[in-house]
Ligand binder design. Structure first.
Ligand SMILES: *[C@@H]1O[C@H](CO)[C@@H](O)[C@H](O)[C@H]1NC(C)=O
Ligand SMILES: *[C@@H]1O[C@H](CO)[C@@H](O)[C@H](O)[C@H]1NC(C)=O
Ligand SMILES: *[C@@H]1O[C@H](CO)[C@@H](O)[C@H](O)[C@H]1NC(C)=O
Length: 267
């Protein structure tokens, strides 16, 4: 009993400390194929607990090449020992949308900060990051890898996917996710940005990336955060109406973010 208690206690500080610095707590909705229209009960997936870590801070949690953060690894290992697998970690958030892969850079990950902003404004990473994801985690750890959609150049996510195929062990990859909270892109995209333009861009880019990739992609779609009416009806329902997942055929999960008080606020 004592062991059980101490293992559980070890879990909570990790989750609460991760929550403080991550942009969003992710809700991964199990793929639509698992939703039964008959209404019969579906066991809750053991993967329901997952973590989201802001891209620019991933080394703070996992350590660097050949110097793992053994504290985090042990906490994740404790969960793997209890549940059979550690919580999936999504590397993403605002800074996935400013992250670029650099084939010949020697630093694992380099952040550029500006005063008054605790999230990096530019992030550059080299192949070392994939070594960290391969080696600094428990045996069954998986990641959702956030790709750069924000900077509006398909070459950025393309380079990230090609590098991941080369350097990230396939067992580590649960899926890619293209862009963080695109329903907030009215600041980084021309006027008129809306769900239709977003949907078309995702379809075009994923087809283009898929044609350069060696293996079939697995994609988490969405990462929406706002109320649907905020910017032209962004919602998972609308993405379903536009048939994004059906057209792509590689979407394995849908994602929507929420924050304390962002839904249940008083009006
Ligand atoms: C990286 O370095 C190799 C070997 O020097 C070179 O052939 C290659 O073009 C470089 N890649 C980039 C993207 O600069
Ligand atoms: C971040 O990267 C962009 C694009 O390369 C560049 O224009 C900008 O100056 C960079 N910002 C900082 C603070 O280095
Ligand atoms: C928003 O999208 C939903 C789902 O497609 C649709 O039912 C609704 O009518 C749309 N609302 C507006 C204001 O366009």
């Amino acid at each position: 009993m004592y062991m059980l208690k101490s293992q559980l206690l070890a879990i909570f500080p990790l989750i609460s400390s991760l929550c403080k610095t991550s942009t969003a707590i992710i809700t991964t909705i199990i793929t639509t194929t698992q939703i039964q229209s008959s209404g019969s009960a579906i066991p809750i997936s053991r993967g329901i607990g997952a973590l989201s870590i802001e891209f620019c801070y991933i080394l703070d949690y996992l350590g660097d090449v050949d110097s793992p953060n053994t504290f985090s690894r042990q906490l994740l290992q404790n969960i793997e020992d209890r549940l059979g697998a550690p919580p999936i970690i999504r590397i993403g958030g605002h800074t996935q949308d400013v992250a670029r892969y650099c084939e010949n850079c020697t630093s694992t990950l380099a952040n550029v900060f500006v005063p008054g902003n605790d999230e990096a404004v530019n992030v550059t990473f080299g192949k070392g990051l994939f070594k960290v994801l391969n080696n600094n985690v428990p045996s069954k750890q998986q990641f959702i890898f956030g790709l750069n959609l924000g900077q509006d150049d398909v070459q950025f996510p393309l380079a990230e996917v090609v590098a991941a195929e080369k350097y990230l062990e396939s067992k580590r990859l649960r899926s890619f996710e293209l862009g963080n909270e695109p329903d907030f892109y009215n600041v980084q995209r021309p006027d008129g940005w809306n769900v239709q333009i977003y949907a078309q861009q995702v379809i075009d880019w994923i087809f283009q990336i898929q044609s350069d990739a060696k293996t079939p992609l697995s994609l988490q779609l969405g990462a929406l955060a706002q109320e649907p009416i905020y910017m032209g009806n962004f919602s998972l329902v609308e993405l379903g109406e536009i048939r994004v997942a059906a057209t792509l055929g590689v979407v394995t999960s849908l994602s929507d973010h929420t924050y304390p008080f962002s839904i249940c606020d008083c009006r």
